[in-house]
Design a protein around this ligand. Sequence first.
Ligand code: NAD
Length: 250
Amino acid sequence: MSIANQKRVAIVTGGGSGIGLAIAEKFTTNKILTIIVGRDEEKLKKAKEKLGECCFAMPCDVSKLDCIPELIKNIIDKFGQIDILVNNAGINMKKEFTEVTDEEFQKIITTNLCSVFAMSREVVKEMLKKESGSIIHISSMAAQYGLPKVIAYSASKTAIDGMTRAMAVELSPKGIRINAIAPGFIETEMTAKALNTDPERKQKVFGRTPMGYMGKPDDIGEAALFLASDAAKYITGVVLPVDGGNSIGF
Ligand code: NAD
């Protein structure tokens, strides 16, 4: 398709809200044709209306791993190429360690980790044909230090950091850069759910964030735009904290 010849093509999973929407907005503002992927068609439709003609919405629940090869095939059929993949979709659950069921643990691992692997595998097959591309995973502070009551989430995000490095050493010689962003505490629905009912936890977050305030989704958008761009052409295998200093806070 002709648009794809003129523009870079990006996929942002979970692009209908929060951090994913901010990344998609940053991309579309910079003329990157951006396909937002998510479960909620209404949310995607609203996001598409907001982002305009550079944005396309493709509904897909990425935890249904079997659907991913077809999703990527459809994107290639329609747009001809994929230059950037942002694996942003994710879920969290705050619960006492002993209360977490195997099903709940598995659900978070499937959404936050297995889908990232399956999306990356299918997209890398395409990127290898051109020997270029940039993949960005979204990690978390839960992989930088121990956070109580988020056992499955912490396991999934720590695995993301390992996968970032393993993919980078294997794929960077073939022209594909792999990086991760580790957001600190960013104002989205996810953090509202985790912090607003737990003032002690909220205080702890502020207490160890040298900048003293929560980040905005747009802060992560800026970092993603940079990592996806040629300005970051010599950067691969990093997990970049965008966190107001939270990861190094006392
Ligand atoms: P959010 O809940 O606002 O957005 C997550 C998006 O992912 C939603 O649009 C949701 O519909 C989508 N999603 C979830 N499961 C999906 C699935 N199975 N298939 C398709 N889409 C799915 O949360 P957010 O805060 O914007 O989080 C985005 C990413 O950033 C997540 O990976 C999260 O772990 C990570 N993160 C967030 C923060 C923070 O402070 N908000 C901090 C660290 C990491």
